[in-house]
Design a protein around this ligand. Structure first.
Ligand code: NAP
Length: 645
């Protein structure tokens, strides 16, 4: 029996009433596309009933209640017939119809270049297109190509899954006792993802199980745990072990990878290739504030939350309010005696009233059973939240440079964001002045907000301090004006050392060059993946691949791992010893990336503090590219880009 395409939905026999109830919850424009898969008839898309517009996180396309009810009525007939006929989808839509369906869903013409990407995402044939097929590569040769993967977060796990599928021996080295990386480490109260989960998930796994649209940390960690077991990767991981160094041995074309376990035992592993999957945001950055060590009470970084400390009824200070502080503050505010929030720079936030919403049973039912509903829903999240969002980040050189905005669209975005803030605290001018940022919208990481941030700040027991911190004393924090805030606990939500890639691992490449010294805080890599002088070293979520304008890092990792698998395949199949990108190719890519970045808001001089920038204010960690471009460039490696030994 052939395996059923997971995206085509599981067959069902539910009665009409159950189906009708499920339809109450679902995204109607997405449902209409699924109806095309059930009937093979696109006429439903060509009538008067259609989405009227698109906005991020607005999944109903601004359709009226009457129109939605009418579609539900028609859909019930279609689904009933589909069920009664045994749940067999119609013949797959052709390319032109796919493009029509894409444009219908996002209410604008979608250009040709997105069609192949969408076809891959849809997996109409039931495959897993981002998996590289190794069947045509000699099995013995595969078995003689050991790979070490550094890190078992979202990308390290993916690397393990792909290597396992390829029949390549591998070991994952993970410093934590469990899988998940960032989702293992960040266990602070209120921690949740801010990219919609139906896109922030592996493309080859079902997405019908999420209990919230933006899941909280425990559910995310469990997801990675479950996926790890499903793909039987767990036994290939060495937990609580760090990679302390890796040295390229030119004579053997191998990496010697030095590990240290939690008891201090060191070992050297032999690898033909090393995949770095260490992430960008896991080495805490603690602020250099005078007296920090003098504080007598408990203090800890947001990603090292001390669950032994009971904050209830205590006076708590949160220093830093980026994405982490922004989630911590509303969550703990009701339980603490006093909460003082030290925020150096105000943050732009994106109105998302349904940020904390549960996924209703109807949506879960549709994701599980309706053909390709989940895939189109994914596209509905992808389009406005990713490439479609780029336009607000682009600097218009003709636009007046008053520091408030960088283009007409960016200015309009500022207005939307400002209105959202004002609508919540109109009668509090003092707070209003503190919370409206003084730099262009989307210039730093924009936060998802359902109103809980300002609601927390207006509580009687919460104070927002927008001053610098002069010093920390044994029992207090003193601001730049000399005002003293007595506190029992300090939480440092001050971010990570994002520009120190692979820190603190000592990676020694060809001719004894040490990668950390070579890079300093200016890391660069061809496609964010490979570095001249460091043969057979491949980075996932490497330099220049962080997504600032939106997008799922899992999608990006899938692109990277497909490319890396392609490289490994070339190495094995061609019986090559090593590959590294040509200097010229690497440098040209870097210059191109930098030129592109200069035209984007994140480089704007009005933004003085941002983890996107290194010490000299340059950006090395962000991708300026549309997802469709990066996807296209990483589909398979081009050997001309590499020096092959
Ligand atoms: P962050 O965005 O770097 O924020 C750090 C905060 O600490 C900022 O408010 C920063 O102020 C402040 N700060 C840093 N050094 C300081 C100092 N010396 N004195 C006073 N304040 C100081 O770090 P984060 O909040 O941990 O977030 C990092 C990234 O992780 C996010 O951008 C996001 O990509 C990811 N993240 C995602 C989620 C999610 O998906 N929901 C949640 C958490 C984190 P300035 O703004 O003035 O620098």
């Amino acid at each position: 029996m052939t395996e059923r395409n997971i995206h085509a939905g599981l067959p069902f026999t539910d009665d009409d009433e159950t189906i009708a109830r499920a339809l109450e919850d679902v995204s109607i424009p997405t449902l209409m596309l699924s109806m095309v898969h059930m009937t093979g008839d696109p006429e439903i898309l060509r009538g008067a009933l259609k989405p009227a517009g698109l906005f991020i996180n607005e999944v109903q396309g601004f359709m009226s209640e009457d129109d939605k009810a009418e579609i539900r009525r028609q859909a019930l007939d279609v689904i009933r017939a589909y069920r009664d006929a045994g749940c067999v989808p119609a013949a797959p839509p052709d390319r032109a119809l796919i493009q029509e369906m894409m444009s219908f869903l996002v209410c604008e013409p979608v250009s040709d270049e997105y069609v192949p990407l969408m076809l891959e995402e849809l997996e109409l044939g039931g495959g897993d297109s981002r998996r590289v097929d190794f069947d045509d590569v000699d099995e013995t040769a595969r078995g003689q190509f050991p790979v070490v993967v550094v890190g078992c977060g979202m990308s390290g796990l993916l690397a393990g899954i792909r290597l396992k599928q390829a029949g390549i021996p591998f070991t994952i080295i993970e410093k934590n006792p469990g899988v998940g990386g960032t989702w293992w480490e960040n266990q602070y109260p209120g921690c949740r993802v801010d990219v919609g989960n139906h896109f922030y998930c592996y493309s080859f796994e079902p997405s019908d199980h999420w209990s919230e649209f933006f899941a909280q940390q425990p559910e995310l960690q469990k997801y990675f745990d479950d996926v790890m077991d499903k793909h039987a990767v767990r036994d290939s991981v060495r937990w609580e072990t760090e990679v302390v160094g890796a040295r390229w041995i030119e004579s053997d074309s191998r990496w010697a990878v030095r590990t240290r376990d939690k008891d201090g035992n060191e070992e050297e592993l032999d690898a033909r290739a090393v995949i770095s999957a260490v992430g960008q945001l896991n080495r805490p950055a603690l602020p250099d504030i005078a007296g920090r060590d003098n504080f007598r009470g408990p203090s800890f970084h947001s990603s090292r939350w001390n669950h032994d400390v009971d904050y209830k009824g205590k006076r708590v200070a949160v220093i830093g309010a980026g994405a982490s502080g922004f989630q911590i503050v509303p969550t703990i505010a009701p339980d603490v005696a006093e909460l003082t929030v030290f925020q150096r720079t105000a943050q732009w936030m994106f109105p998302n009233p349904s940020y904390h919403d549960k996924v209703g049973p109807g949506v879960q039912w549709a994701l599980r059973h309706l053909p390709f509903y989940g895939r189109w829903y994914r596209f509905l999240l992808f389009w406005p939240g990713c490439d479609g969002a780029f336009i607000a980040a682009q600097i218009d050189p003709e636009w007046p440079t008053d520091g408030n905005s960088v283009s007409a669209v960016n200015d309009a975005t500022r207005e939307v964001f400002t209105d959202w803030i004002k609508s919540q605290i109109e009668d509090d001018p003092e707070l209003l002045e503190k919370v409206i940022p003084d730099y262009p919208a989307t210039g730093k990481r924009t936060l998802q907000d359902n109103g809980s941030w300002l609601k927390a700040l207006t509580r009687d027991n919460v104070e927002l301090v927008r001053k610098g911190i002069a010093r920390i004393e044994a029992d207090a924090i003193v601001d730049d004006d000399g005002k003293r805030y007595e506190v029992d606990i300090i939480v440092y939500a001050t971010g990570f050392q994002a520009n120190r890639f692979l820190f603190p691992i000592e990676v020694v490449g060809r001719d004894g060059v040490v990668l950390s010294q070579h890079w300093g805080d200016e890391p660069k890599a061809y496609l964010g993946i490979s570095v001249p002088g460091f043969p057979n070293l491949f980075c996932m979520y490497g330099p220049g691949t962080n997504l600032a304008s939106g997008g799922s890092l899992i999608f990006h990792s899938e692109c990277q791992m497909r490319y890396i698998s392609g490289c490994i395949k070339q190495l094995i199949a061609g019986d090559h010893r090593a590959m590294e990108p040509r200097e010229t190719v690497h440098d040209e890519y870097f210059e191109r990336t930098q030129r592109e970045l200069e035209g984007l808001v994140w480089t704007h001089p009005s933004i003085t503090h941002s983890w996107y920038k290194n010490a000299s204010g340059r950006i090395h960690i962000l991708s300026p590219w549309r997802l469709v471009d990066y996807w296209d460039w990483t589909r398979s490696p081009s050997l001309e880009d590499f020096d092959i030994t």
